[in-house]
Design a protein around this ligand. Structure first.
Ligand code: MRU
Length: 333
């Protein structure tokens, strides 16, 4: 596969490397992913994370597997395994399905032969990578229009360059506004329990020299009341047909607080985050992660915990969905 690079994923001399995001911000360690299993393991432990990045990472891992000589049957098995690595992010399913379709995978894979030849499957993986870069650039331009000079913003989790292979989605809009010369200030939600805001968004904003202040998640409502917040910016793991949005746990609470304070609430996501098979947020599977992520070393030994990794924000709480194309529910508003 030809050279590609991004903040969190790169292809160098035909090998795939992923930045281990669990080690950021203190260590920048690139790990080689030389099999679909290795990529799946990195996705499960959130070393590779963010819905669009996961989709691209799965696609290139499958492209590499084809280059290593997999036949259609082997390819299909690993694709289905990768597809299950993260239940909420539909970008993963969309990217894997695109790879399966290009490979010619279907009920009869017994011939073991690819529909158009292996090189076409590899090219599809790279086009999924390149498309994400373009989608992010477009989302950044579109989103930045809703940010004015002097605005204070709240950002939740990390929907930046680390969560995509481009500029990012909601953080991409913030970066674009800053690059356009707008003076903005970002309040960064730390994003319990794994601190993607504190560890990753703060890291990205610092790289771009965008003024920012870290807050704990529980400070967000009070910040809206006292800090003249203009708008809240989040990404999405899955958007249902009625506009409901699944995103990192805490997004729903932020949307409720934003509504109560008259603060605009923006969701930024490419079409690859849209699930046309999902009627409403009620059908979106929410990943439950290990209790230990919540308990840490703070609570008494043996304390039990509940750890839904995502929540669903109803469409009625969302001011606008910033997407590269018009989605069906957008006619409503
Ligand atoms: O568990 P994470 O860190 O992968 O969660 C990420 C998010 O919730 C993002 O907002 C979402 O995946 C969109 S990233 C552009």
């Amino acid at each position: 596969m030809n050279h590609r690079e991004s903040l969190g994923l790169k292809i160098e001399s035909g090998r795939i490397y992923a930045l281990d995001q669990t080690r950021l911000p203190h260590e920048e360690i690139w790990l080689e992913c030389d099999s679909p299993e290795a990529m799946s393991e990195m996705i499960k432990r959130l070393a590779v994370r963010g819905a669009p990045l996961i989709g691209v990472a799965a696609a290139v891992a499958l492209g590499k597997y084809v280059e290593q000589g997999a036949n259609l049957q082997q390819f299909t098995e690993k694709a289905l395994m990768l597809r299950q690595s993260r239940p909420t992010a539909v970008n993963l399913m969309n990217a894997v399905d695109r790879m399966l379709k290009m490979a010619g995978s279907g009920p009869d894979i017994s011939t073991g032969k690819f529909l158009h030849g292996p090189e076409v499957v590899v090219a599809e993986a790279l086009s999924i990578f390149d498309e994400d870069v373009e989608l992010c650039a477009k989302l950044g331009q579109l989103g930045a229009q809703y940010i004015s000079d002097g605005d204070s913003l709240i950002s939740h989790c990390n929907a930046g360059g680390l969560a995509t292979v481009g500029i990012g989605t909601s953080v991409g809009a913030i970066k674009q506004a800053h690059r356009d010369g707008k003076r903005i200030h970002v309040f960064v939600d730390e994003t319990r329990p794994l601190l993607q805001g504190a560890r990753l968004t703060a890291w990205e904003l610092a790289k771009e020299k965008i003024p920012h202040t870290l807050i704990t998640d529980s400070m967000a409502a009070y910040a809206m009341k006292t800090k003249k917040i203009a708008s809240v910016w989040v990404g999405a793991d899955r958007i249902a047909r009625n506009g409901d949005v699944a995103n990192k746990i805490g997004t729903y609470g932020l949307a409720l607080a934003a509504k109560a304070h008259g603060v605009r609430f923006y969701v930024v996501a490419p079409y690859t985050t849209f699930d046309e098979n999902c009627e409403s947020g009620a059908q979106i599977p929410i990943e439950l992660r290990a209790e230990a992520e919540v308990v840490g070393d703070r609570a008494p030994l043996g304390t039990s915990a509940w750890n839904p990794s995502f929540d669903v924000t109803e469409a009625s709480l969302i001011t606008a969905w910033v997407c590269d194309r018009k989605l069906p529910f957008m006619n409503r508003k």
